[in-house]
Design a protein around this ligand. Structure first.
Ligand code: FES
Length: 167
């Protein structure tokens, strides 16, 4: 009788152990299926090295399929406390380069330090603020974080939260 109970206990523990390993393996496999692929995670972030930018330089990068402008401001350019990003001793302006009227892509005029939208004549200053025509609001600021002299688009750092009023 004692032999039967011990054998039954042993079988029960063995089957329980096998079932636990099976459940664990299934959970690991399910998590691997649900998690985004590393390439998808990586494509959500764009890192831009700001250290090579010259004063007055305008650069456009693609972030999640939309153009984002970055301008390293000169001392003569208008400061916009509510939108400028300070990295080291330099001020930068950045935003999603999409017109807030009907979504055209304005071009940047380096000479005038303005964005011009060819669709209906809207204009934005170098800070991305709407200054003329039908655009109702400034160009949007994408989520970003500053990492040393690098701009990382796609992560909400303290600088971004301060600009959008969530700090
Ligand atoms: S879409 Fe830019 S002014 Fe209309």
């Amino acid at each position: 009788m004692a032999d039967n109970v011990n054998r039954r206990d042993f079988l029960g523990m063995t089957l329980g152990g096998i079932a636990a390993v099976g459940v664990g393996a299934s959970l690991v496999a399910m998590k691997a299926t649900w998690d985004p692929l590393p390439s998808v995670v990586a494509s959500g972030f764009v890192t831009v090295d700001l250290s090579s930018m010259k004063e007055g330089e305008y650069r456009q990068v693609e972030y999640r399929g939309t153009p984002v402008y970055i301008i390293k401001k000169t001392a003569e350019m208008k400061k916009c406390e509510e939108r400028d990003v300070v990295v080291g001793n330099a001020d930068y302006s950045l935003g999603i380069q999409v017109c807030t009227h009907l979504g055209c892509i304005p071009s940047y005029d380096t000479g005038k330090s303005e964005f011009h939208c060819a669709c209906h004549g809207g204009r934005f200053d170098a800070c991305g603020r709407n200054i003329f025509g039908p655009p109702p609001i400034p160009m949007k600021i994408p989520p970003f974080k500053i990492d040393g002299e690098k701009l990382v688009l796609g992560e909400e750092g303290p600088e971004y939260k301060k600009l959008v009023g969530n700090a």
